[in-house]
Design a protein around this ligand. Structure first.
Ligand SMILES: [Mg+2]
Length: 374
């Protein structure tokens, strides 16, 4: 684990929390075992899906196009024999040839899952720095909620996601703010170790809470001819276990690719023309900082999946709950992206998705089905 950045001289001032230049995160070393993004809530379906079939048929699209075409032909024949009128044919192709889903926060309600995590985490913090921590905690939460986009999760010196995006991130960002304010644990390594210990000891206490209709949506996706896969920062085993608990029909068809490292801003080991087209940053309305796009580890996984399936980015739908982690890169690679909203979704995330040509959002998971034409 490398050094974690924080303000070098944190002020133990009683004044309101200041935005940290960088914040230590306990999951720095979690790269090896995966990491868990965020959570659930509602809004309105703002942008209708409009993914017209593209002419760049991929190898995997052909059999589906054939079967869809055959189904269409059968339906038309039936209509003809029944009434002698040429009925509107069924769509010749599916809208997508590949659907990639984030898991935590997209299919689960991490805020509800995290209640027991927060309870034990805060109890440990109280023991550590005193029973009067609740006031500071509440103030830090309020500060974070005032501008969660700017108080981000800092990884290797750069903000890679909103600090409020996920309860586990939030706990770390909050505790860093409290430590900074009180002038505690100025030693970087010591603080990092402490935060990591807190996170890893308390994470297993979190529940598994699925979003409404999660099972039904997964089953509908798995019953369709479109390959559907989970791409997550979390550990593969953890997510496999959660999906086993969900026990959807067609479970065996759902592959999970964990440890996707969507938070790492780095060049891929081997770059290519596709990645070279991705700019360094983008701006989103309502966010002061840049959004960092060149997430090479995530790209390497996406590229592998596209290579293995023979599907092009343009024929792929990527759904997730955190714009920066899940959608910013694939959207710039040409995939359509879908933001599943939650209470903690930031306005800038909605604005960013709306500004993307293939971007849309929905309050619930059904929006993914609608988007895919299922
Ligand atoms: Mg997520």
């Amino acid at each position: 684990m490398g050094p974690l950045a924080r303000p070098r001289n944190p002020e133990a001032s009683p004044t309101p929390f200041r935005r940290p230049a960088r914040a230590a995160d306990p999951r720095r070393s979690s790269e090896e075992r995966g990491w868990h993004p965020s959570a659930g809530g509602p809004h309105g379906l703002e942008r209708a899906a409009s993914s017209a079939p593209s002419p760049n048929a991929s190898p995997i699209a052909s059999p589906m196009a054939d079967s869809a075409s055959a189904a269409s032909s059968d339906a038309s024949s039936a209509a003809l024999s029944a009434g002698g009128v040429w009925a509107t044919p069924a769509p010749l192709r599916m809208r997508y040839d590949l659907i990639l889903l984030d898991f935590d926060g997209t299919f689960t309600d991490v805020e509800k899952e995290a209640d027991p995590f927060f309870a034990s985490y805060k109890a440990e913090v109280r023991e550590l720095i005193g029973g009067d921590v609740d006031g500071d905690w509440a103030e830090a939460v309020a500060t974070l909620e005032q501008n969660p986009g700017e108080f981000g999760w800092v990884f290797e010196g750069q903000v890679v996601a909103p600090g409020n995006a996920d309860p586990y991130l939030r706990a770390t960002v909050i505790l860093n703010m409290i430590f900074d304010r009180r002038g505690l644990y100025p030693n970087e390594a010591e603080r990092t170790e402490l935060l990591q210990g807190l996170y890893f000891r308390n994470y297993p206490k979190a529940d598994t809470v699925f979003r409404a209709n999660a099972k039904q949506v997964v089953e509908t996706l798995l019953a369709s001819p479109v390959p559907t896969m989970v791409v997550t920062n979390s550990a593969t085993d953890d997510v496999e276990a959660k999906i086993d608990r969900m026990a959807p029909t067609g479970r065996e068809r759902l592959k999970v690719y964990g440890n996707a490292k969507k938070y790492i801003v780095a060049e891929p080991d081997e770059s290519d023309a596709c990645f070279e087209r991705v700019p360094e940053t983008m701006r989103a309305e309502g966010l002061e900082r840049d959004i960092l796009l060149r997430r090479g580890r995530y790209y390497e996984l996406l590229r592998t999946l596209w290579k293995e399936t023979g599907v092009k980015p343009e024929r792929t739908l990527v759904a997730g709950d955190i714009f920066e982690l899940d959608l910013a890169l694939p959207g710039h690679l040409g995939a359509d992206v879908h933001l599943v909203l939650k209470d903690k979704t930031q306005p800038f995330e909605r604005a960013a998705v709306k500004a993307m040509e293939g971007g849309a959002e929905s309050p619930g998971l059904e929006g993914i089905l609608e988007r895919a034409g299922l």
